[in-house]
Design a protein around this ligand. Structure first.
Ligand SMILES: [Zn+2]
Length: 459
């Protein structure tokens, strides 16, 4: 058989197995695996490992101090290109339950979509890699590259042990590229490639005045007001345009390259339509600025502020305390510990009465793969082959993922290509995965394996 016949047969087999693929996904979704509540996660790990073993993948459940990692390998040739597929089999909690049209752990088909918690995020996407590998095995007797699978059980809880796991198994996890399918396609259905993610760190600031609320008439002018302390301090941290004024904040921000600017220029942009998805009349930035601001530049966010009295009527007090929550969205190569240190130093210099406390949410480091990485065109070709339309290449995602462990510990770049429909309702009631997106994802993984193998051969 010629290469193209083999490839065609792989895709034919994937189509022929579509019923059993969907059945297996239902089995996986029916097993709850809520890491936040430690509900069913270990059972799901075992189920997933068994499913992989059944398909000829050497799989095992490796414990961590938290939830286990399901690890699998298909080594065809120790010298061949090795791809590590990362995914997570844990899911978000299901509440509010009454908003689900069918129970979250009873996978249900409606209008071409499979509904259930974890269908899109991330069981239906991680298993696509497994089914694709299995189809290659069946048709060609081997996969065109070596595969390693790391399926994590606590991504939805901030991946507290992933770094430790990767460090501990560094040699075993050695690979040439990490591939992640999580999240949704472009709303148009076009494929997307994501080359990075912003990091995030949470910071709480607490200002304390007197040990009780005071009468603002009788004591106004002699008792310190913590709201003023906090707002004065905050105003020294960020200017009205959003520029961060903290000394050294931008020191490690990786300059935006020409290639990245060029990629951004090719992304779709409609200021009115995009504005409406955010609840504002229109986006007030140019296309280039809009994408740079959400992908390639840091953002210092105030997510909440609380003090005093804002109930009905009035209460003329000098509040005793004021508190605000910050989340800093960082970009490569900023580091969470360094940013926290700089915020603390700034606060101490401006108003030492305000306490700055880091944490309160899982911190994640930013990470970015260079757009001229040789695997980018290979993955792009694979996706275009399956979708019939070129992929949008995001120089980075805006949100945060635990991807920094790959370059940070393994020294390996990562590429993301989501398979779910854009409206998968991940983290929400009625989470779903369009069945055609699921099948296309399996085809996409099969093509990615092929194109990466070709790339390595041509190199
Ligand atoms: Zn998620």
């Amino acid at each position: 058989m010629s290469d193209s016949e083999v490839r065609a047969n792989v895709h034919r087999v994937i189509d022929e197995r579509s019923e059993s693929h969907l059945q297996d996904l239902c089995t996986l979704v029916a097993q709850p695996s809520i890491s936040a509540h430690d509900e069913g996660v270990k059972e799901c790990a075992q189920l997933l490992a068994d499913m992989m073993k059944k398909r000829g993948i050497a799989a095992e459940v490796i414990p961590t101090p938290g939830q286990p990692v399901v690890y699998g390998e298909l080594i065809e040739d120790p010298n061949a290109f090795t791809l590590l597929c990362y995914g997570h089999y844990d899911v978000q909690p299901t509440d509010p339950l009454d908003l689900w049209e069918s129970p979250p752990f009873e996978p249900t088909l409606r209008d071409g979509r499979l509904y259930g918690r974890g269908t899109g995020d991330n069981k239906g996407q991680l298993i696509a890699h497994v089914f694709a590998a299995s189809a290659w095995k069946e048709v060609a007797g081997r996969v065109p590259i070596n595969l390693k699978f790391v399926f994590e059980g606590e991504e939805e809880s901030g991946s507290p042990n992933l770094g430790h796991f990767v460090r501990e198994h560094k040699d075993r996890l050695a690979c040439d590229l990490v591939y992640i399918s999580d999240g949704g396609l472009h709303p148009s259905g076009d494929p997307v490639i994501s080359l990075g993610n912003r990091g995030v760190v949470g910071i709480t600031m607490v200002a304390e005045g007197a040990d009780r609320d005071n009468h603002s008439g009788n004591k106004g002018g002699v008792v310190p007001n913590p709201v003023w302390m906090l707002t004065h301090l905050l105003a020294t941290m960020v200017d009205p345009e959003g520029n961060v004024l903290i000394d050294g904040f931008y020191d490690d921000v990786r300059p935006i390259t020409e290639v990245e600017t060029d990629l951004v220029a090719r992304l779709p942009f409609d200021p009115v339509e995009f504005g409406q998805t955010m609840g504002v009349p229109r986006v007030e930035y140019s296309q280039q600025e809009y994408y740079q601001r959400i992908m390639l530049k840091p953002y210092f966010n105030i997510s909440g502020i609380s003090s005093g009295y804002v109930g009905p009527g009035s209460k003329t007090i000098i509040p005793a305390t004021a508190e605000c929550r910050i989340d800093v969205r960082m970009v490569a190569d900023q580091r969470t510990a360094d940013i926290v240190e700089k915020v603390k130093r700034h606060a101490a210099a401006v108003d030492p009465r305000v306490r700055v406390i880091a944490g309160g949410m899982g911190a994640m480091e930013p990470s970015r793969t260079a757009p001229d990485h040789p695997a980018v065109p290979a993955v792009a070709r694979a996706l275009e082959e399956v979708h019939g339309t070129p992929a949008h290449i995001n120089a980075s995602g805006g949100g945060s993922l635990p991807n920094a462990v790959w370059p940070g510990i393994l020294g390996t770049s990562h590429i993301g290509a989501p398979y779910a429909n854009a409206d998968e309702n991940n983290h929400s009631p009625n989470e779903n995965l369009a069945v055609d997106c699921f099948h296309r994802g399996i085809h996409a993984s099969a093509e990615v394996f092929w194109h990466l193998g070709q790339m390595a051969e041509d190199a």
